[in-house]
Design a protein around this ligand. Structure first.
Ligand SMILES: [Zn+2]
Ligand SMILES: [Zn+2]
Ligand SMILES: [Zn+2]
Ligand SMILES: [Zn+2]
Length: 233
């Protein structure tokens, strides 16, 4: 469209309400994350360096093996992120279960890992298929209302996780979602209105929202699957 004052052309890029970063106005402050090992807070970019020094100091006793470090982000909203490390012998099945537990599981949907166009079998060992530094992969949970993630292999190190196949190193702090009708924190999300209009509400405005009678609200949670299917119900 053209501005009538200046004559300049503008392109409207975001007219839709989505949970993909276009709701910036409803976020109160910049997002940091927390190291799960020492509770240090840092931005996503700073966390890589922090974990290089922090993770080895929280190793289990026992023989060192090669560990793979990876970062996973929500494809539609990179403010959701996880740093994970895995034994090379851990399988994609284990990574799948891990992602479901931390972020995704609602009702046992199907999921898949891909590198480029190629699907990677879940029985594969992480060290075999995800060993190369810089490698990118994708992960989809639920082929209906899909939550898509993107992963990157950060590198390897020598260390020990004890018996665990994987461990969570760090994750983003909860996004401070606000009610879309007032400045209070949002506590519920309306799944019916997720793609179409105001959908994040405080308790009071949730009661005034037209969908209130349907009793469909889902909780505001720290997950890219917030408001989708039955997540958090
Ligand atoms: Zn730390
Ligand atoms: Zn579901
Ligand atoms: Zn409100
Ligand atoms: Zn609604």
């Amino acid at each position: 469209m053209r501005c009538s004052q200046t004559g300049r052309e503008y392109i409207i890029v975001a007219t839709q309400y989505q949970l993909d970063g276009t709701r910036e106005g409803h976020l109160a402050r910049a997002i940091t994350g927390t190291c799960e090992l020492c509770k240090h807070q840092a931005s996503k970019a700073q966390m890589t360096r922090h974990l290089m020094s922090c993770a080895p100091t929280y190793d289990a006793r026992g023989a060192s093996t090669v560990l793979v470090q990876l970062r996973i982000e929500a494809a539609g909203d990179p403010r959701y992120w996880l740093y994970i490390e895995a034994q090379t012998g851990a399988t994609l099945q284990q990574l799948d279960a891990f992602l479901r537990r931390v972020w995704l599981e609602c009702c046992g949907h199907m999921s898949a890992f891909h590198v480029g166009q190629r699907e990677i079998a879940k029985r594969s060992a992480i060290g075999q298929v995800f060993g190369r530094k810089g490698l990118l992969f994708t992960y989809d949970y639920d082929f209906g209302s899909t939550t898509s993630l993107g992963g990157q292999i950060l590198g390897q190190r020598e260390g020990s996780l004890g018996r665990a196949g994987l461990r969570l190193l760090a994750r983003n702090d909860p996004l401070p979602w606000r009610c879309e009708m007032c400045p209070r924190p949002a506590t519920v999300v309306c799944p019916f209105c997720l793609d179409s209009g105001p959908c994040l509400f405080c308790e009071e405005h949730a009661q005034e929202h037209p969908c209130a009678e349907e009793e469909v609200y889902l909780p505001v949670v720290n997950s890219p699957r917030m408001g989708v299917c039955a997540y958090g119900a």
